[in-house]
Design a protein around this ligand. Structure first.
Ligand SMILES: C=CC1=C(C)c2cc3[nH]c(cc4nc(cc5[nH]c(cc1n2)c(C)c5CCC(=O)O)C(CCC(=O)O)=C4C)c(C)c3C=C
Ligand SMILES: [Fe+2]
Ligand SMILES: [Fe+2]
Length: 359
């Protein structure tokens, strides 16, 4: 060592500034078309239904079948329903997401930067992640806005995020909130929304209708073959934490408890199955079949929750709120009411903030 050399040449300069930056929060929902025009709906469905986590068949079959056949046939029909959904602010899934982002940012304050992206279409996950990268966030917490983990929803978001970030030269620390099926704040939000409806009307039965997925998807994710799609899903534990069916049952039990419902006062069912010629079974019972049988069982006034969604969208407002209502009334039912989703309910905003801070 040269004793005459200045200390600064050999020792690193002291850096008084901390390396600590803001924490990035990425909220992600599924996605929606840019407009309800058939061409935009077609582009959305093409991206959605060629995702290998949604349609889990070899690409050589998936592309010709879905891009070539299913989507061209489905797009005009879906566009018609999307036109029914669209309001002056556009697609509810999008504007509720952007509103939530703003409110969560306000509550989290300047130590956090909150971004919002969609798995399919816009704003893209790429653009949201780029916003966080530009701001040199210290780490990223990803919250896919699906209460119950499914490979087709949460898993797809995770894969997309990891794919993008893995191509960055500097890969930041990153963590995922993979399920919040039993989160107390999430349950408290739906309980409050449900109670508000129960105060307005007397109901003889409650329905918890979840987005369906193929049974195969559940079994593929079963830990060491634990899930048999039977009574195993009635208990939510470390062996089936990511079993979609067990999570839906756990959410329902907790909601029923919060609403003071006995076991015989509610029914769990699964909606929105994609009818395919392959006729693969989806999670059952199917919601449309369940609700048509209700009037004959004496359930004339039914309150319907859709707790697989934290924002109103096509699947809640149109499918449960309008199509199911019509089917129920045609089957002899009296009053059918959809409980609105969490959207920007203050308890939900606090729940998201809590989940982020706990992570
Ligand atoms: C709750 C999370 C969701 C899971 C799990 C999920 C699985 C899944 N979905 C399809 C097919 C379609 N879903 C569609 C709409 C849609 N799906 C979700 C969420 C989940 N899907 C949302 C939030 C929405 C609504 C988006 C909106 O813009 O409002 C559609 C498009 C509508 C239509 O044409 O009917 C399709 C198709 C499959 C095949 C699947 C699992 C394998
Ligand atoms: Fe879906
Ligand atoms: Fe299970």
């Amino acid at each position: 060592m040269n004793p005459t050399a200045p200390a600064s040449a050999t020792a690193p300069t002291k850096n008084p500034a901390s390396t600590q930056g803001r924490i990035g929060v990425l909220l992600v929902n599924l996605g929606t078309p840019d407009s309800p025009n058939t061409s935009d709906v077609r582009r959305y469905l093409n991206e959605f239904l060629t995702d290998a986590r949604v349609i889990d068949m070899p690409a050589a079959m998936r592309y010709p079948l879905f891009k070539g056949l299913v989507v061209p046939l489905r797009a005009p029909k879906s566009a018609k329903i999307y036109r029914q959904l669209w309001d002056e602010r556009g697609s509810p899934l999008l504007y509720h997401g952007l509103d939530l982002k703003k409110l969560v940012q306000e509550k989290l304050g300047k130590d956090y930067l909150v971004a919002f992206g969609m798995r399919y279409q816009n704003p893209s996950i790429e653009s949201a992640l780029e916003e966080l990268r530009e701001a040199a966030v210290e780490r990223i917490i990803v919250l896919p806005l699906f209460p119950q983990y499914a490979a087709a929803s949460t898993g797809s978001v995770q894969e997309k995020v990891m794919d993008i970030v893995s191509r960055w030269w500097v890969v930041p620390s990153i963590s995922f909130i993979s399920t919040f099926a039993d989160d107390p704040g999430f349950i408290a939000t739906f309980a409050a929304l449900g109670k508000a409806e129960m105060d307005k009307h007397d109901y003889d039965h409650v329905v918890f209708s979840y987005h369906g997925i193929p049974e195969r998807h559940v079994l593929k994710g079963s830990h060491k073959g634990y899930c048999k799609l039977g009574s195993c899903c009635n208990h939510y534990n470390k062996n089936n934490r990511y079993c979609y069916r067990a999570q839906c049952f756990a959410t329902s039990r907790l909601l029923a408890e919060a609403l003071g419902l006995r076991d015989d006062q509610y029914t769990v069912c699964f909606q929105s199955r994609l009818q395919s010629r392959l006729r693969d079974p989806w999670l059952q019972p199917y919601a449309d079949e369940v609700l048509k049988e209700m009037p004959a069982k004496g359930y004339k006034n039914v309150l319907a929750f859709s707790p697989a969604f934290v924002a109103d969208c096509l699947e809640t407002t149109i499918e449960v709120g309008e199509e199911f209502k019509e089917m129920f009334e045609e089957a002899g039912g009296g009053h059918w009411q959809l409980v609105p989703s969490c959207n920007t309910h203050p308890i939900w905003v606090d729940a998201v903030v809590d989940m982020v801070k706990r992570n």
